[in-house]
Design a protein around this ligand. Structure first.
Ligand SMILES: [Fe+2]
Ligand SMILES: [Fe+2]
Length: 271
């Protein structure tokens, strides 16, 4: 099976790039399933119902999120009624929405998608390791699911790498989000899990993690309370990753980075 995952969509430029280029990317890379992280899709902060619906209409199968999921009010009841949008699984019990879903490709293969948030330099949520143990016990590879994908939303590279190794051989792919900067460590780990610390954002990289430069620069240089953060609006680079798995084992055989458009060095895998 082939999974294409695109990182945090930031603002209008990120949305426009993903919606415009998704059909081409699907044609050339032939993914069986497409997941995007949409936590910054609405003006850099959160996602709303209209944007989520547009992403689904443009060919996205599942939307994951992260710490910004609560930024737009109208998403709360949508999270409860739309199973194709996920928030991190390790929020407290009774938090709106779902942290995982078992979906099917058009030809009937089962893919478990889980969104989890790590804890170092982040909100102190429930134990992310334990949350994944429980969910993969319910739907293990080669029994409950043909492919298990985890969007690991976290800040610290050390915690992310430890998380990847902890589940190596038990899930198909663990791909990081949240830092908005792609790391060059995409690899298949020793026991067969595809791993990347962060796939990067879909946004304008002539920016500070997707935001116009002036306000963050002022904050860092002067320590005065800065002006409002606004998404940068130059051409976005679509950043993501495509993972190929062996359907007999559910483990990964290949992982490649995607960087298309905008100012980043380009990378488009061959099919
Ligand atoms: Fe983000
Ligand atoms: Fe985030």
């Amino acid at each position: 099976m082939r999974l294409m995952f695109l990182g945090d969509i930031v603002g209008q430029t990120g949305r426009a790039a993903v919606m415009e280029k998704l059909p081409e990317l699907k044609k050339s890379l032939e993914p069986d399933f497409v997941v995007v992280n949409g936590e910054n899709a609405a003006g850099g902060f959160g996602i709303n119902v209209e944007i989520a619906d547009n992403l689904f209409a443009s060919g996205v199968d599942v939307i994951t999120t992260g710490n910004h999921v609560w930024d737009q009010r109208n998403i709360l009841e949508y999270l409860d009624r739309e199973p194709r949008i996920l928030r991190p699984i390790n929020y407290p019990k009774n938090t709106p929405g779902n942290g995982a879903g078992l979906f099917q490709t058009t030809d009937g293969r089962r893919i478990l998608v889980v969104n989890v948030m790590l804890r170092l330099f982040m909100d102190p949520l429930d134990d992310p390791f334990q949350a994944i143990e429980l969910i993969i016990e319910d739907s293990p590879l080669a029994g409950g699911a043909d492919f298990i994908f985890i969007d690991m939303h976290g800040e610290a590279t050390s915690e992310k790498m430890a998380f990847g190794h902890n589940f190596d051989g038990r899930v198909t792919a663990i791909l990081g989000t949240h830092t908005h900067v792609p790391t060059a460590d995409q690899m298949v780990l020793a026991a067969g899990t595809a791993y990347q610390t962060d796939v990067g954002m879909c946004g304008d990289y002539d920016s500070v993690i997707g935001m116009k430069k002036d306000a963050p620069l002022k904050r860092f240089v002067s320590k005065l309370p800065g002006s409002r953060l606004e998404p940068a609006d130059g051409e976005a680079t679509i950043c993501g990753t495509i993972v190929t798995s062996d359907d007999r084992t559910g483990l990964a055989t290949n992982i490649e980075a995607i960087r298309v458009g905008g100012v980043l060095s380009q990378s488009l895998p061959d099919r």
